[in-house]
Design a protein around this ligand. Structure first.
Ligand code: NDP
Length: 269
């Protein structure tokens, strides 16, 4: 049975940005399906929750099929599920750890997109919004793998948007900076730590804790997602929050040598 309200599927809606987006979209009249890897307690959320692991092809297929069976279609997919690693040198993560990060942050987006596109093409409309990061625009030292996973999301989304636009579908990325969520608490430590980086790792952890004190609330990002979902002429990129806007501006207009030395000075490298 097709619901008259637009239907949104949001990955990783159990906390943080995904939860804020699910709440915003529910308020705006969307019929929202959020996802989590764990079964949600009945009545905990104001929207429907489905169990999904974006690293599993079968789980992704099942979730998309379930929502389409219930609602007749999906109008908006928000690919939000993701995690980070504690700040550490690029060489301190094994290949296995790097693959696990990409499997969620990038391949998760690819899996979900492949699963919804046939239905969106059939209904000749749809929106796909991918939660990237300002680190998908300005890569910072000691978050190389995470920044790379978000650069992959950026490149994929921009190419995809060109491919599906004539089918009535649009794709965008949202680029937040530090946001007050469970993200830092869920960061995974490097699995191949080296003594030579121990001191910079500690310094960076403290710096991140300090920056988090002035971080954006997740609803700041959710408002940008809602705008991107509802506007008739969506852009490919949206920065979200003050710090993200500032960094994107610097990336665009500052000579790269100055940005390079600014980053090194800021981190005491
Ligand atoms: P949280 O840790 O609060 O939320 C992450 C969400 O992703 C959870 O709902 C979690 O669900 C879900 N998730 C993680 N892995 C999987 C998986 N394999 N399959 C399905 N769901 C998964 O962090 P945020 O809200 O901050 O992060 C949301 C997005 O925002 C991420 O993509 C992150 O990279 C991005 N971002 C965050 C920033 C920040 O400073 N917080 C800044 C820039 C971007 P569950 O554990 O219930 O399965």
């Amino acid at each position: 049975m097709k619901n008259n309200n637009p239907v949104a599927l949001i990955t990783g809606a159990s906390s943080g940005i995904g939860l804020a987006v699910a709440e915003r979209l529910t308020e705006a009249g969307y019929k929202v399906y959020g996802t989590s890897r764990r079964q949600a307690e009945a009545g905990k959320f104001r929207f429907s929750m489905i169990v999904l692991d974006v690293t599993s092809d079968a789980s992704v297929e099942l979730t998309v099929r379930e929502v389409i069976a219930l609602e007749g279609g999906i109008d908006l997919l928000v690919n939000n599920a993701g995690f980070g690693l504690e700040p550490a040198a690029a060489e301190e993560s094994s290949i296995l750890q790097a693959q696990a990060l990409f499997d969620t942050n990038f391949m998760g987006v690819v899996r979900m997109t492949r699963a919804v596109l046939p239905h969106m093409r059939e209904q000749k409309k749809g929106r796909i919004i991918n939660i990237s990061s300002i680190l998908g625009v300005v890569p910072m030292p000691y978050v190389a793998l995470y920044a790379a996973s978000k650069h992959a999301v950026e490149g994929y989304t921009e190419a995809l948007d060109h491919e599906v636009r004539t089918a009535g579908i649009r794709a965008s990325v949202i680029e937040p900076a530090y946001t007050r969520t469970q993200f830092e608490a869920n960061n995974i430590p490097p699995d191949a730590p080296l003594d030579i980086y121990q001191s910079i790792r500690q310094t960076l952890k403290q710096a991140v804790n300090e920056t988090m004190k002035t971080a954006d609330e997740p609803d700041v990002i959710a408002q940008v997602v809602l705008h991107a979902a509802q506007t008739n002429r969506p852009r490919i990129r949206y920065t979200a929050g003050k710090m993200a806007k500032k960094l994107a501006f610097l990336r665009r207009f500052m000579p790269s040598s100055l940005l390079d030395s600014g980053i090194r000075k800021n981190l005491g490298l």
